[in-house]
Ligand binder design. Sequence first.
Ligand code: SF4
Length: 569
Amino acid sequence: MERESLEMDVVFIGAGLANLSGALHLAKLVRERNEATANGNRAGESLGEIEIGVIEKGAAVGAHILSGAVMDPRALAELMPDYMEQGAPIETPVLEDEFRYLTKTRAIKSPITPPPLKNHGYQIVSQNRLTAWLGEKCEEAGVNIFPEFPGAEMLYDREDRVVGVRTGDKGIDREGRRKANFEPGVDLHAKVTVLGEGARGSLTKQLSQRLNLNDGREPQVYSLGVKELWELPDDRFAVGRVTHTLGYPSDTRTYGGGWIYGMPNRVISLGYVTGLDYGDPLLDPHAEFQRFKTHPFIARLLDGGKMIRYGAKTIAAGGFYAMPQLYADGVLLVGDCAGFLNSQRLKGIHTAIKSGMLAAETIFAALVAGDYSAQQLSRYEQLVSGSWITPELRSVRNFHAGFKGGRWLGMANAGLQFLTGGRSWGLFDRATGAPGHVAMKKLSEYGYRGDDTGQRYDGLRFDNKTTFSKVTDVYHAAVKHDEDQPAHLHVLDTNICATRCAEEYGNPCQRFCPAAVYEMLDDAATGKRRLQINFSNCVHCKTCDIMDPYQIINWVPPEGGGGPDYKNM
Ligand code: SF4
């Protein structure tokens, strides 16, 4: 197939905060160098015009960006000291915060907010709006942004050096045939390619396997945040208030917690995080969130309100020891796809932005040296080690591991971590735990008898006032995919579904997916059960790629522009 090729200097894959910060910072470094050289203030040659591109699978910058976001503004202030004057969309500063432990009926307010959850001085942001704004700043700085261009595969030369990315074909029908609007993907060749795809990036997964970037590291573990925005009837939840909860509805063996952020115009962001290293095969993160809302403390808050948006997203929670090697020949990894999140503080925006900036400084030095080898790009890890990112992540390096022993041990370990700067005297050292698909137990191992896979959520009803089914929620994520395209969820062996998986795990894909993509149906023609994939519901959270117990689900990007359309999320 004839493909168009485009020569760039640097290509960033994914228009998230890490990559946009990297692109913007790089454009600034190049401009400053060229101006200084032209003015005679600097010896040496100008770098000339450096082509910087950012490709994005969503229909617009920010369309796929979702987060319940309290931002530590440290990195944004480094990137752009006058970000407020430049119109950064900050919803509100954090004015008060609280931590509550939820029993089944009570919401016990902690007399002190645990230090990692203190948010004074920080800002509540719509990550979606912040990303769109940063995208505009990039364009003003001359960065080329290509929405609706998903990265389909990395391009390598004969020595396995990364030399760019191939974008996805457009206009293929569900049978794999070309439609009238067929357009082949473009080969974007670059000296350096930067992966900033977010948690469990599909290209990052391929690259890490091919170049063994996870060798010697702990397995990455993830959490899934399921979230709704609500409009409340009055000012019952103050603007700038941040509430975090622990306890109900998660059981003590499962990592989970909730958040409520007060935003302007009586809107709150409400969500629940479930650790994707749970053992119970009947666990359903969306159902956990619905249960969370039935707690009297939350239900009272939502009474008379209206749910206006829905979304779900995974975050990389493994921390310091689970970070992959951050560089290879011609390529760097930034943001959540490299595991930069501080899971104890539930914050990753500041580390994502900073990682993008450090990647930019690395690339700038590589452009000056004309050297894009792994050795030259290894400078990135040195810059990360020398920055404030490393002490921050090191000090919570054993946080997630503590929860392997359940909630109480996890909390005790978190407190200890705070006092000792991350040490745990060999108790949890380096052990992030088993990856999610290994941690999930079979039904019989978990103690279930019988074939009722709904037994964990007996009594949970969707009243369409406070609680909603997955299908209703997905409607509020404004998801759009052209139905006439191949499914972007590749299940490599569907024979397992109705047999081995049904018996061993009760088809957990029906539960861990927060968007009702996977359904086991009776097939009238064959009289057998079969898997139906409602791929057009997919909110791109990647949970199925992480949690499938047989690791036979591969999430790949759908045709460009498809997916959720998060606004103000
Ligand atoms: Fe998430 Fe997979 Fe479901 Fe899509 S199909 S919403 S990626 S779990």
